[in-house]
Structures are given as structure tokens and as C-alpha cells.
Design a protein around this ligand. Structure first.
Ligand code: BGC
Length: 901
């Protein structure tokens, strides 16, 4: 039987309130027959009974991202779509009807922005915290930060509906983060809407179906707004008011009544506002809630608002509004903590058992006005006492609850989240048990697509650490860490995206972020090293190589994992502008940098090619090279200085090379030829400048060899010599990694490709510092920012314990241990080729590609490898067995056994 499953409009299961632009349809085929290929499809799109677009029968196997090609769809329009497919076994299947609804177009907003007439958010000056953070010189100041923080705003409006309700939609967004209700009921379970964007260019709005919450008669819409990313403390600098200093609301409820009338309720001056129990709520500092100030009934009809204040209309253009299409932030898991500790210092500390991002929910019974505080951190100190590991300004992560004193009270912060494992509780009366607490893990609700396990438990823990660092940092934007910065550092996601996209379907999530990237891209083509931009001062938006290259790397990774060419089309201009910027920056070379180089003076060829060496500007280089960081707080900067020029040139070459492929895919042959020549010229320049006759590459760091080999920057005849040099450097470094951000994801790959998979396994299994399994051995439950965050003698460092960047090794494990490798984008064609070492005895991998579930399971038995493979319909796989023989297979389940040769 042929079945159609996983129907998606754009990338969404539930497509309520989407933009009518770039509409596409995808589905997955499931069949009982082997070798199933789709031979044709037909899509119909309809409005009620009328078909408005019929693709007719289209021959071929396209089952993903088929673009809608009918007449323009209407703002608020409600549509269905359905697909029929035929396959090569003469089977036919018809899908269920799926619904989608177009959001309001910007022009259809009748609503106006309103702002509560309450004190503004305090603007905190920006200070450079980078150095102090790494020197750990600024200890966290605790105490009540409340005096400088603004209370959350409560806004309400009462209105009357004269008939029963047929259909109602709420379109809403805010300056700040909001929670909305109708007649006291929350309109949704999502958190921190409207999320974080480059607000000046893109502000998401949400669409909710509120049909069931409204009724004939009196109704109330209530909205609570906190500072959020709009006005609260954000980024590593912990400054505030990046976008504005007032809360704001834009809201439009459209109601179709049974009698056919339409009612529209908008944000206007009929709203009233007040402060309430939320004394403040800040994404970094934390939240303070005084339950005595609760205003029972404020969100229901009939509440007296005599003492409430007016709201003021505000002028903001609506051209930044964009409907939210990325999965909302939600509580994605909850569990009870592992244990409650009493530390040697006598502190009560909750250990949730896992470094994570989120919050806790606690049940309390205590006398009126009891004040309880909860401070969050990622670890305990050497003696087992609570340690606040986050340096920098305004990073308290401290929530405060003041009790009402009437029976059981339940508290959970609403407008903040923290990066933590431990919570120090002060002021809780009685004995706190794990039963009183729910640990709430929050993340953007991206669908999980991949899993991996094998016979090595340490690697399984590493895999779990990768997963946890990913979900902790995929919260509206891809962040570096959930506690200290919550920043969209471009370099981090640039290196990590391929691993991320295996574990989850992050397509809509990253597409939204790429719109922010385009918004932040400077006129020069420069891409700031964090998106949304993280500084207000001068020099805003300066690019670093490897970071700005995310403009190319992320769309490329998205295209490769999904096969959706549209992502390249949408980003193409931006990608080109970035590489043009690199080209210009390289050409503006700084001759002073060459002055001392005899090599340069003596080589007219190098002088000629030097315009392809990117040696201007400030770069992070191969950031956080362990040998540079070790015992040297400024080591990261020193490493950046030493490697900046070679790394910038290497990443420039890589981007040019990717652009050649992208231009070819998009049929832009002229550009493809340009990028091809550019790439070759950069390679020549790199070779002339950094490569020596004996295969040494300067500056001599593992990462520089890795990049030269990975990006094919040096002539073929040097590969062997350079690989040997790299191997020697590893041995010299006691068999340990000495790679930073930009090279660590490639080192195992390079060794494997050059015929040294044994050396790759050795690095992977190494558990001396620095290495992945060192962290595991030291009890890590996430990836750390610094390999030696906890040193071998147990000394605890004050840095982030939840940075996903070094987790980019995941991709190598899935490919080589799991044995799944993409051949054609979207895994339309893939290779199954597990390459275990002698110690591994089994592995199991699952990946839900856009064509369906791929499964690879292998185990060793009696000198043989038993390999089970599931290949989805409409795809093809090359299965390479342990003896090197290859089978080409169509869809279906297969079992192979083969002796190890
Ligand atoms: C962040 C990194 C980021 C880096 C830039 C750090 O503070 O945590 O992950 O990429 O700055 O060098």
C-alpha cells in the first residue's frame, strides 16, 4: 500500500497565520513495496468547495518544496491543500486535506501601537565587558536589583459582542515579551512571544485561534508585557533599551459572528493599564513576583479599573511586521529534580541533574510576605558549595517570590529563563523535597529528527551533551550560551549547523534567523559577528572572518539537509554581498603586515597574489585554541592574533568555493566562473604565503593544517606531507586536540579523508584535557565553552558550561559510526557506510529526512557485521559493506551481513 504522511505547508504541520510568500508543499511517501519511486503528483489547493489551483498531473519524483503557483492568496484566507501521487508500482494514494491560513498583511492592520503610561525602562550604558568576562575580574554583585527595574505592564480592554461567534483570530505582537488572555484564559502555551529579532527590520506577530474563548456578551482581552529583548538587559554587555524604553502593544482581534457581521477589536486608547504582581522580569537578572499584588479578576469582565492608567498611542511603522512561521518557544520537557542538597556552607540547593535552559516551578506553603529567592548557576564549587559561574554585569539569574500566605501557592517565572543545573533556594520555610519542584526545559519547539547511540557509553553521553547544548541554545535564535550572553554569535552556528540539522528540523527556525542576518548586513556587505547585533556603540557590526561567513555556511547547510533550493534563492544576494565584502577587504591589504616578511619581498608572485590574503580587520581567528587559552586569560585573544590572517584567508576561500557551487545550482554561470577563479586565486595566495616546501604551514597550529586540508587550499602533492605534520603536532600535544572554534569540527574528517581514521578515533576517545571525553569524564552534561572549564585538579572555572560550538563533532560520529552520509541534498541519495574501529560493537542511528525515516543499525557478531538499513521511498542509497563492496538499493528494509575484511 502507498501512503502519504508528514504533509507540510512551508515547513509547518500547523500553518495558521503564515505569510503568503514562498508557499510550498512537501510530503513523505510510505510503501510496502521495495524500490518505490514517485512517478507523478497532483496538488490541489482550494478555498471551501472551490479548487483555486490545480497543478495537474506533474510527472516526476519531486515530493518536497513544490512551490504554489496559483493566483495570489488573500490576507486572512483559509485554504486547504491535497496531493495525489502515483508510483512506479502502479499504486496511487491521495492525502488527507490539510489546512493553512494566511496571516494579516501589513496593510490590513487597523490597529495602532499603544504604550502604557507608566515609567520607562532604565537605559543602562554600555560598557566593554569582553575582557573583564574572560579575566573573570567582575564578580557577580548580588542583592536586589529591583530599584532600577520596571514592573511588567498589565493592559486590558473590555468589549461586547452581540452574537455567537463563528470564527475569531487574534493577531498580536509587542514591544517586550507578552502573555495574552481572553476572559482569563491564556490564548496559547507559547513563551516569550514575539521572540527575538532584529526588531527594526523584523518583528514577528502571532496569530491565535480564539474562537472558543470569546462569547456573546462582555469579553476582556488582557495582556501582560515584560521588558524582554526589546528593552531589557541583553547580550554579553548586559545593557538595556537596545530597541526602545517603553512596553508597547499591537493587537487586532477579528471576529466573524454567526449573523455574518464582522467585529474588529484593536489596540487603541480604550485600553487601560496598570502594574501588578510582576515587580520586574528581566531575561538575565531574573523575575520578582509579589503575589500580594495580584489583581484577581483583572482579566475578566466587570473589573473596576478606576485606578488604572491610560495608554498612549504611539507612532511606529508597521513595515517590520512578519508572521511567525518558526516553531514557538515552549516547555518541551518537564521532570522532578535529581536531589535537594544541603551544601557544606548550609545552603539549600536544588540539583536538577542536567545543565539546561529553562526554569523551575515550585509549590510553596508559607506565611504571608515570606520572600523566597531562587538563584541559578551551572555548578558547585570545589567544596560542593553553590557557585555563581556567570561573570559580567546584570547576570544574576535570580528569581524572587513573595507569598500570599493562603494555602498552596505555585510559582514559575513567566518572562525569563536561565541557564543552570543548580538552584540555590533562600527563605523556603519547611523541608523542600523534589516533589515540590518541576524542572521546566524551554526551547524553540523544533521537531526532533535524529538520534544516535552506540556501544561506547562515553560517546553516548557526549551525544546527550550535544543534544542538551543544542536545545538550551535554540531559543528563538541560535545563541552561544543560555546564561551569560544569549547572543546570536554567527560563528557558533556557522560551525555547528550541520550537526544541529541532523538532530532537529531547524529549517524554519534558522530561516527566520537568516532574515535577521539579512536585516543586519551592512551596506558594505559586512555581516556583524552577532545577529541580532549585540552592541550599540561605534564599530557596530564589524565583521570577523569565520563569523560573518555564517552568511554562506548556514544557508548552505540548510540547503544540503533539506534540498530546498528556495533557501539559496532567498539568501543569494546576501551571500554574494558577504563574499564581495571579503574580496574587497582582502584587496585593501595592509602592507604593514608584510613589511617584515622576506618571503613577501622576495616573491613577486606573492606580491601579485597578496590581494587574496585577508589580513585587514579584527578577527577571532581559530577562537579558543586550548594551548593559547591554558593558564592565560587573554589567550583567546592571543590565539586570535596569531591565527587571524591565515584563518580569514582560509574561510574566505571556503566561502568562495561554496559560492561557486551555489551559483551553479542557481544557473548563474557567470558568477560561478568568477567564484571558481576567486577560489583558485585564494588557494594560490594561501599556498604562497603560508605553505613551506617541507609541508609546514605557518602559523603552525593544528587548526591551520586542518583548514588547509579541509578547504583544499594547498596543491595535492603537499597533502601527505601536511597530514604528517598535523599528525606530528597531535602526538607532540600528548595526543590531544589543539583546535579552536573554526577547525575543531573538521579535524576528524580531515584525518579520516587522508586515510588516518585510526588517528581520528584516537582523538575522539582521548579523555585527557582538552578532549570531548575529558568533559564527559569530568561529569559534563552539556558541551563547555572552554575545554578546561574544570581543570584536571578539579579547579572550577567561571565560564559557560553550555556552548554547543564544540559539539560539531556530532556530524562526524553520525557519518562514520552511524554510517549515514548525504550524497544528494535532502538525502535524496545517500551512502550507508559505518566505519567502526575495533572496539565498537554496535551503533543505531535514525534520521527523519524530508523523504522519510532513514535507519541504520549495525552490530558485530562472529567476525561479521550485521547491518540493517531502512531506506525511505523516493530515495536511493549506496550501501558499502565492510569488505568494500557496494550495493545500490532503492527504498525498503534490508539486512546485510559481511565479514570484516
Ligand atoms: C561567545 C562565543 C562567541 C565569541 C566571539 C564569546 O563571548 O560566548 O561563543 O562566538 O564570544 O568570539
Amino acid at each position: 500500500m502507498l501512503k502519504i504522511t508528514n504533509l507540510r505547508c512551508k515547513d509547518l504541520k500547523e500553518a495558521l497565520g503564515i505569510s503568503r510568500k514562498e508557499l510550498s508543499f512537501s510530503w513523505i511517501l510510505e510503501s510496502d513495496f521495495r524500490n518505490t519511486m514517485q512517478t507523478a503528483y497532483q496538488i490541489k489547493v482550494g478555498e471551501r468547495q472551490t479548487v483555486i489551483w490545480n497543478s495537474q498531473v506533474v510527472k516526476g519524483d519531486q515530493s518536497t518544496y513544490v512551490p504554489y503557483q496559483g493566483a495570489e492568496l488573500k490576507s486572512r484566507g483559509e485554504y486547504w491543500w491535497q496531493v495525489t501521487v502515483w508510483d512506479n508500482h502502479g499504486q496511487k494514494a491521495e492525502s488527507e486535506k490539510m489546512f493553512f491560513e494566511i496571516a494579516l498583511e501589513q496593510n490590513d492592520f487597523l490597529a495602532k501601537w499603544i504604550e502604557p503610561d507608566l515609567p520607562p525602562i532604565r537605559d543602562e550604558p554600555e560598557g566593554s565587558m569582553l575582557r573583564t568576562m574572560y579575566q573573570a575580574l567582575v564578580p557577580q554583585k548580588n542583592g536586589d536589583p529591583g530599584r532600577k527595574l520596571t514592573p511588567c505592564s498589565y493592559l486590558r480592554k473590555e468589549f461586547v459582542l452581540n452574537d455567537e461567534i463563528e470564527k475569531a483570530r487574534m493577531y498580536i505582537t509587542a514591544h517586550g515579551v507578552y502573555r495574552a488572555s481572553i476572559n482569563g484564559e491564556s490564548v496559547d502555551t507559547r513563551l516569550l512571544a514575539p521572540e527575538f529579532d532584529s526588531y527594526n527590520e523584523q518583528l514577528l506577530f502571532q496569530t491565535y485561534d480564539v474562537t472558543a474563548s470569546l462569547r456573546k456578551g462582555r469579553n476582556v482581552v488582557g495582556v501582560v508585557i515584560a521588558d524582554g529583548w526589546w528593552g531589557g538587559r541583553i547580550h554579553f554587555v548586559g545593557a538595556s533599551c537596545f530597541y526602545g524604553n517603553r512596553h508597547g502593544l499591537l493587537l487586532q482581534i477579528e471576529i466573524i459572528c454567526r449573523n455574518g457581521n464582522t467585529e474588529i477589536i484593536t489596540s487603541d486608547e480604550q485600553f487601560r493599564c496598570s502594574t501588578g504582581p510582576f515587580c520586574y522580569s528581566d531575561l538575565f537578572i531574573g523575575e520578582k513576583y509579589d503575589a500580594n499584588r495580584e489583581m484577581t479578576g483583572w482579566d475578566l469582565p466587570g473589573y473596576r479599573t478606576d485606578h488604572w492608567k491610560k495608554v498612549l498611542p504611539a507612532e511606529y511603522a508597521l513595515d517590520n511586521l512578519y508572521p511567525q512561521e518558526n516553531p514557538p518557544i515552549k516547555i518541551i520537557k518537564s521532570f522532578h529534580p535529581k536531589e535537594i542538597l544541603t551544601t557544606p556552607r548550609g545552603e539549600t540547593v536544588i540539583d536538577v541533574g542536567q545543565v539546561m535552559a529553562g526554569k523551575i516551578r515550585i509549590r510553596i506553603q508559607a506565611p504571608k510576605n515570606t520572600e523566597i529567592t531562587f538563584q541559578h548557576s551551572e555548578l558547585l564549587d570545589e567544596d560542593g558549595n553553590y557557585l555563581h559561574n556567570i561573570m559580567g554585569r546584570n547576570k544574576q539569574q535570580l528569581d524572587t517570590y513573595i507569598c500570599r500566605g493562603e494555602g498552596e501557592e505555585v510559582y514559575e517565572p513567566v518572562f525569563t529563563y536561565h541557564g543552570f543545573r543548580y538552584v540555590k533556594v533562600v527563605g523556603y520555610p519547611g523541608v523542600l523535597t523534589t516533589e515540590h519542584i518541576d524542572v521546566l526545559v524551554i526551547a524553540s519547539d523544533n521537531e526532533e529528527t535524529g538520534s544516535f547511540s552506540c556501544s561506547n557509553q562515553l560517546l553516548n553521553q557526549l551525544q546527550s551533551n550535544i543534544y542538551w547544548s543544542q536545545i538550551s541554545n535554540f531559543i528563538s535564535i541560535p545563541t552561544d550560551c543560555p546564561q551569560r550572553e544569549k547572543d546570536g554569535w554567527t560563528g557558533d552556528i556557522g560551525v555547528y549547523a550541520p550537526t544541529a540539522l541532523y538532530l532537529q528540523d531547524n529549517k524554519a527556525f534558522l530561516e527566520k534567523w537568516l532574515r535577521d542576518l539579512i536585516a543586519e548586513q551592512r551596506e558594505s556587505g559586512s555581516v556583524p559577528d552577532a545577529v541580532p547585533i549585540n552592541t550599540k556603540g561605534p564599530g557596530r557590526g564589524e565583521a570577523s572572518a569565520g563569523w560573518g561567513d555564517a552568511a554562506v555556511l548556514v544557508p548552505w547547510a540548510l540547503y544540503r539537509s533539506s534540498g530546498d533550493i528556495r533557501i539559496l534563492q532567498l539568501q543569494y544576494e546576501s551571500m554574494k554581498r558577504w563574499v564581495a565584502f571579503e574580496e574587497r577587504k582582502a584587496a585593501e591589504k595592509n602592507p604593514a603586515k608584510f613589511e617584515h616578511s622576506t618571503k613577501y619581498r622576495n616573491s613577486p608572485e606573492l606580491q601579485k597574489y597578496s590581494k587574496y590574503l585577508w589580513n585587514t580587520g579584527k578577527h577571532y581567528g581559530d577562537w579558543l585554541i586550548p594551548s593559547m587559552v591554558k593558564n592565560n586569560p587573554l589567550g583567546a585573544d592571543a590565539g586570535a592574533k596569531k591565527t587571524g590572517q591565515a584563518v580569514a584567508t582560509a574561510y574566505f576561500a571556503n566561502s568562495a568555493h561554496i559560492m561557486k557551487q551555489v551559483s551553479e545550482i542557481l544557473g548563474d554561470n557567470k558568477s560561478a566562473a568568477h567564484y571558481d577563479a576567486l577560489y583558485k586565486n585564494i588557494c594560490r595566495a594561501f599556498t604562497l604565503c603560508f605553505l613551506e616546501e617541507d609541508g609546514t604551514i605557518q602559523p603552525e597550529f593544528q587548526g591551520i593544517y586542518v583548514m588547509a586540508l579541509k578547504f583544499d587550499l594547498i596543491p595535492k602533492e603537499y597533502r601527505k606531507k601536511c597530514t604528517e605534520k598535523l599528525l606530528r603536532l597531535i602526538v607532540k600535544n600528548d595526543g590531544c586536540l589543539d583546535t579552536g572554534f573554526l577547525s575543531v569540527g573538521h579535524i576528524l574528517d580531515v584525518l579520516t579523508k587522508e586515510g588516518h581514521i585510526d588517528a581520528a578515533y584516537k582523538l575522539l576517545y582521548n579523555d585527557k584535557c582538552p578532549s570531548w571525553l575529558y568533559e564527559v569524564k569530568m561529569g559534563a552534561t552539556t558541551l563547555w565553552e572552554n575545554w578546561n572549564s574544570i581543570s584536571e585538579d578539579g579547579k572550577i572555572g567561571k565560564s559557560s558550561y553550555n556552548h554547543y560550538a564544540f559539539g560539531c563533532v556530532g556530524e562526524w560520529m553520525y557519518r562514520n559510526i552511524g554510517g549515514l552520509e548525504m550524497i544528494e541534498p535532502g538525502y535524496k541519495k545517500f551512502r550507508v557506510r559505518p566505519r567502526p574501529d575495533e572496539t565498537l560493537t554496535m551503533a543505531a542511528l535514525r534520521y527523519r529526512s524530508v523523504y522519510g525515516e532513514i535507519a541504520v543499525e549495525w552490530k558485530k557478531k562472529d567476525g561479521k557485521m550485521i547491518l540493517k538499513v531502512n531506506i525511505p521511498a523516493n530515495t536511493q542509497a549506496e550501501v558499502i559493506l565492510m569488505d568494500g563492496s557496494m550495493r545500490v538499493c532503492g527504498s525498503g528494509e534490508y539486512v546485510f551481513d559481511c565479514f570484516f575484511s
